[in-house]
Design a protein around this ligand. Sequence first.
Ligand code: RFL
Ligand code: PHB
Length: 391
Amino acid sequence: MRVQVVIIGAGPAGLLLGQLLHRAGIDTLILERKSQEYVLGRIRAGVLEQGAVDLLDEAGVGARLHAEGLAHEGIELCFSGERHRVDLQALTGKHVTVYGQTEVTRDLMDARTASGAKSLYEVDDVALAGFDGNTPTVRYLHQGRVHEVSCDFIAGCDGFHGVSRDSVPAQALRQYERVYPFGWLGVLADVPPVSDELIYANHERGFALCSMRSHTRSRYYVQCSLDDHVDQWSDERFWQELRSRVDSEAAERLITGPSIEKSIAPLRSFVAEPMRFGRLFLAGDAAHIVPPTGAKGLNLAASDVRYLSRALIDHYRTGTSTEIDAYSDKCLRRVWKAVRFSWWMTSLLHRFPDNGEIGRKIQEAELSYIIGSRAASTSLAENYVGLPFED
Ligand code: RFL
Ligand code: PHB
């Protein structure tokens, strides 16, 4: 079997790339380790930058997003018991869209099915070879049989724990990593959100985030210990903890109910450089991870796909490799800025075990500076809504 591009992973990066290439007449195969239901069951990101929305439109999957997504023109920062609004729209002229990653993934899966392009789920033992030369191949096990596909390019969109990055010789890769000394406990519940906008709270008991998926479905997070297990967190304990970390008005307004999903995520900053080795490209979480505090992970995956789809389409149209050669550097310039912003938001809002009381006072001073200074709040806002792309 032969296709032009093999895409490893059917997360948002792989599916979006598949859709953009398919629409440009490029033949792709998507190989995914898990089942479709499993991929759709993962509750993750909720905030889309305009650049990601534009790309989903370009891929032809924006209709439901525009009908159901919620435009958010501001966010709220809560500290010292009070909430302060950062007016994204007034400061940057832009807004973000709240629309769950699950829905993005579902829309992309539906479009892929409708297009007739091939995706295989529950594929095991994916092995990449030959990408340092001119004849890349991918072997995989599907329904008890080993298959091999040859291609022009491989797109490694298989997330942080995927096989693509690990297929690159260690000496060809530079990796940068920070693991944070806490996690996020997240709860999804069919209750109306406590506020119209997201609340990011710095509290002496730890960080909390009030987010949403719709007017009737809320997504909440509290900073937790890395030793914690979800079984230790009854719904009742979660709601009590969340209530204790927000301002009194929000605490009073908070409507609670049974959780429909509860999970703990570790927080990490990670970058692997470069993002291209011969005919293998890494995109999304396969190449970099950011802590979720800045809502940048899914948006970065989309921004890599934007550069990669344009580079491959340009290559097939013109036969040149200028855009392909520029891929890694272009992505990384944007990636490092998002890594910086996500690290900074995380540092500003969480309790760090080693920072003590002075650390907390410095955070409060910085938060107070941000809300009091148009320059500082603009800096936060322009990063939150998404930095511009290079052409
Ligand atoms: P994914 O989504 O991990 O998809 C990779 C896919 O590859 C498959 N795979 C393999 N397939 C074949 N063979 C193998 N050997 C394979 N190994 C793995 C996997 O099964 C999977 O289906 O990566 P992708 O596409 O790069 O997308 C990245 C995003 O999922 C991620 O960055 C975001 O979810 C991060 N994130 C957020 N990002 C935002 O932009 N805004 C947010 O508000 C936001 N909130 C979050 C988040 C991530 C979170 N967690 C749990 C990590 C909140 C949380 C709690
Ligand atoms: C979410 O809704 O899951 C979400 C929102 C904002 C973040 C992280 C996660 O910064």
